[in-house]
Design a protein around this ligand. Structure first.
Ligand SMILES: *[C@@H]1O[C@H](CO)[C@@H](O)[C@H](O)[C@H]1NC(C)=O
Ligand SMILES: *[C@@H]1O[C@H](CO)[C@@H](O)[C@H](O)[C@H]1NC(C)=O
Ligand SMILES: *[C@@H]1O[C@H](CO)[C@@H](O)[C@H](O)[C@H]1NC(C)=O
Ligand SMILES: *[C@@H]1O[C@H](CO)[C@@H](O)[C@H](O)[C@H]1NC(C)=O
Ligand SMILES: *[C@@H]1O[C@H](CO)[C@@H](O)[C@H](O)[C@H]1NC(C)=O
Ligand SMILES: *[C@@H]1O[C@H](CO)[C@@H](O)[C@H](O)[C@H]1NC(C)=O
Ligand SMILES: *[C@@H]1O[C@H](CO)[C@@H](O)[C@H](O)[C@H]1NC(C)=O
Ligand SMILES: *[C@@H]1O[C@H](CO)[C@@H](O)[C@H](O)[C@H]1NC(C)=O
Ligand SMILES: *[C@@H]1O[C@H](CO)[C@@H](O)[C@H](O)[C@H]1NC(C)=O
Ligand SMILES: *[C@@H]1O[C@H](CO)[C@@H](O)[C@H](O)[C@H]1NC(C)=O
Ligand SMILES: *[C@@H]1O[C@H](CO)[C@@H](O)[C@H](O)[C@H]1NC(C)=O
Ligand SMILES: *[C@@H]1O[C@H](CO)[C@@H](O)[C@H](O)[C@H]1NC(C)=O
Length: 559
């Protein structure tokens, strides 16, 4: 239907016609269902993965990834992440092809005509053989195996080799990605889908799938599938924005964790409420020592300090599979006005760890030969968080479903439904009608900057806390001064594009990232009691614009 501008006024009185015209001109885009790859991937799962296509249409590369709520960019494994067994850099007899298959396929930016490099970074895994490079660039990214839409160019992709991050990650954050030396923030793939009109609003829904139920993951942009969750169990939780209107982590209150079905009836593992962030880039649940100890005793788990995993012995596993206990989390909103119990069968927590996660007592990777002498070991995906924070990883998203609406600033967490006969029914969620179209350019710039702060803070906290390190590493000479809370002279403030320090959300004061009242500089420990990570010897810089390849390591991450 084509309507010429001059005919519009005569149609003005016909409201229905106008609506019809608007719809015809601007159809509401349907939600985009990102179909799982069909593979069960990961060395700590198995997990239902998603396939991305990268590169130009005449030379597409395919990789498999797991979603991340915090990240705004994409991490993929580059070829040096799977060294040839002939290479002196090789730490295993895993063939390159087997390694690539295990890591969800490799991405070679060198053979992509669309790749626009942004910078190189090095990081250390604590072993010289694993000091590998991460290379950031912009790449064309699509969600299908073929070349159907959506395909979006200039997405930030990091090609990494690090063994810690065995399979790549697909950041679905609604916040843009900041790059140190770039004056403009890089929109995330999710943002790009909205801003290019491919989805009707800033919402997505995700559940990780469950191998023990033979049920794959679900990831939908711009809506949700009512057949995948029990709406009677939904707990609605605000998506918290800080004072600068920046998005923070999806955080729930866990009021209680109890176990039923072992020993005498119901056992409380935790009855003191705590906050926990949800982040599917990790598999494990990072919980307090007390809670981990409770699980350890209830399920006869044994902690392996070298591998940093709770292994489940065969006898304990057989006993538990016969008892079929449940692990029940009571999840609440911050006000505790709405709480629901979500039950996990033990089987959801009986996962499999394989190369290179299992370590010898001296810390070396157990078995060089993945294909034969190395047996995967059953493990229970909880880890002591080592500080007061808790993070619930992908294992938690097996039995929970998240629908996040960033336009309306909330997310719902619900019990996942696993009904193979249920027909999927996908609901479109539209952004609310524009209330304030009059944001000034300055205000928009301020909000964008604030969102960047959230990305750095949330991403850093989640990853540094959980992994006890942050992979991006700046020159060692700047480490000491950064720890002391001084801005190293050689590093420019965030968002600086021309050597001129630019303030975030302020025209009069020069504010740094991660502000806090007493120590306003980047990396100063803001949290009461001093967070060890924030004070640690590894400084955080968001993608420093210089090439820091080959710098001396300031400090090896502790084991
Ligand atoms: C893909 O197309 C571009 C230009 O359209 C061309 O330069 C390039 O060589 C092609 N690559 C392959 C692998 O065919
Ligand atoms: C590794 O070495 C073997 C023989 O030593 C050779 O056949 C093979 O092609 C080499 N592989 C690579 C990737 O260089
Ligand atoms: C080994 O790694 C270094 C950098 O870490 C790289 O410069 C070198 O080319 C690699 N060697 C081989 C044989 O891959
Ligand atoms: C792994 O070990 C088996 C024997 O234990 C051997 O036959 C096989 O060649 C080894 N694989 C590699 C890649 O070295
Ligand atoms: C989403 O896209 C619409 C237009 O397509 C735009 O008005 C809105 O600002 C976008 N939202 C965000 C958060 O980018
Ligand atoms: C798992 O599900 C797939 C497809 O849904 C089916 O083809 C396969 O047979 C199932 N496997 C098992 C072990 O039930
Ligand atoms: C989210 O949860 C609230 C409260 O339980 C419920 O009223 C609402 O319908 C849910 N929304 C969706 C999209 O499921
Ligand atoms: C575990 O939960 C399921 C479903 O909620 C229930 O049917 C079963 O009886 C529970 N088992 C135990 C031991 O509580
Ligand atoms: C477990 O905690 C709940 C409250 O969180 C309490 O009512 C119950 O008595 C506790 N049960 C046991 C066995 O301690
Ligand atoms: C744990 O071990 C103890 C003693 O070794 C045993 O009595 C108990 O039944 C075991 N529990 C489970 C869940 O295997
Ligand atoms: C570490 O232990 C393993 C087996 O326990 C042994 O094979 C290896 O040589 C040891 N490595 C070092 C560096 O001590
Ligand atoms: C790995 O391969 C090298 C040479 O191919 C061999 O010397 C070494 O023994 C192998 N190690 C294992 C654990 O198979």
């Amino acid at each position: 239907m084509k309507v010429h501008p001059q005919t519009r006024s005569s149609w003005g009185i016909c409201l229905l016609c106008l609506v019809g015209w608007a719809v015809a001109q601007n159809p509401i885009p349907a939600p985009i269902t990102f179909e799982p790859s069909g593979y069960w991937d990961g060395n700590d799962g198995p997990w239902s993965s998603f396939g991305l296509r990268l590169g130009p249409t005449n030379n597409t590369q395919h990789v498999r990834v797991f979603p991340s709520f915090f990240f705004s960019n994409i991490f993929v494994v580059e070829p040096s992440g799977c060294p040839s067994t002939n290479s002196t850099n090789s730490t295993s007899n895993l063939t390159q092809a087997d390694c690539a298959a295990a890591r969800g396929a490799m991405f070679s930016y060198a053979s992509s005509a669309d790749w626009a490099p942004m910078g190189d970074f090095t990081w250390s895994q604590g072993s010289p053989q694993l000091d590998l490079q991460g290379i950031f660039g912009q790449e064309t990214v699509g969600l299908t195996w073929d070349d159907t839409e959506p395909i979006i160019s200039s997405q930030t992709v990091a090609a990494m080799a690090k063994y810690d991050f065995w399979v790549g990650s697909f950041g679905i954050s609604p916040s843009p990605f900041n790059v140190y030396s770039y004056s403009e923030p890089m929109p995330s793939f999710f943002q790009s889908m909205n801003s290019t009109g491919r989805i009707a609003g800033n919402s997505w829904s995700y559940t990780a799938g469950a191998f023990h139920r033979n049920f794959t993951a679900s990831l939908i942009f711009g809506g949700y599938d009512v057949s995948r969750f029990d709406s009677d169990t939904s707990v609605k939780i605000p998506v918290v924005q800080n004072s600068d209107k920046a998005f923070t982590a999806l955080t729930v209150q866990i009021q209680r964790i109890r176990i039923s079905g072992v020993d005498a009836g119901v056992q409380n593992i935790s009855s003191a409420k705590f906050e926990a962030a949800i982040e599917p880039a990790f598999s494990a649940l990072f919980l307090s020592d007390a809670i981990c100890g409770g699980f350890e005793r209830a399920f006869n788990l044994s902690w392996d300090p070298a591998s940093e995993l709770y292994f489940i012995g065969d006898a304990a596993h057989e006993a538990l599979m016969a008892l079929r206990p449940n692990i029940t989390f009571t999840i609440c909103d911050p006000e505790e006005t709405n709480c629901h119990e979500i039950a996990f069968p033990y089987a959801a927590f009986a996962l499999s760890a394989s190369y290179p996660l299992i370590k010898n007592p001296n810390g070396t990777i157990a078995s060089d030969n993945m294909s034969t002498s190395y047996e995967p070991r059953r493990y229970f995906p909880i880890k002591p968080s080592k500080d007061s924070s808790s993070t619930l990883g992908r294992a938690f998203l097996q039995e929970t479903h998240i629908f996040a609406d960033f336009d309306r600033h909330y997310f719902n967490i619900s019990q996942t439904m696993f009904d193979p006969t249920a027909e999927s029914r996908v609901i479109t969620v539209q952004a609310p009608a524009e209330e304030s179209s009059g944001l000034s350019g300055a205000a928009i710039a301020g909000i964008v900057s604030a969102v960047l702060t959230a990305v750095s803070t949330v991403g850093y906290l989640a990853f540094a806390k959980a992994k006890k390190r942050w992979p991006f590493r700046a020159a060692s000479t700047t480490a000491a001064s950064a720890v002391e809370g001084e801005e190293p002279a050689s590093f420019k403030p965030e968002l600086d594009g021309a050597g001129v320090p630019r303030a975030e959300m302020s025209c009069t004061e020069d504010r740094k990232e991660m502000p806090c009242a007493d120590k306003p500089n980047e990396l100063a420990p803001c949290q009461s009691g001093g967070d060890a990570e924030l004070m640690g010897s590894i400084p955080l810089y968001e993608l420093p614009g210089q090439d820091v390849e080959g710098v001396e390591e300031a400090a090896k991450p502790k084991k």
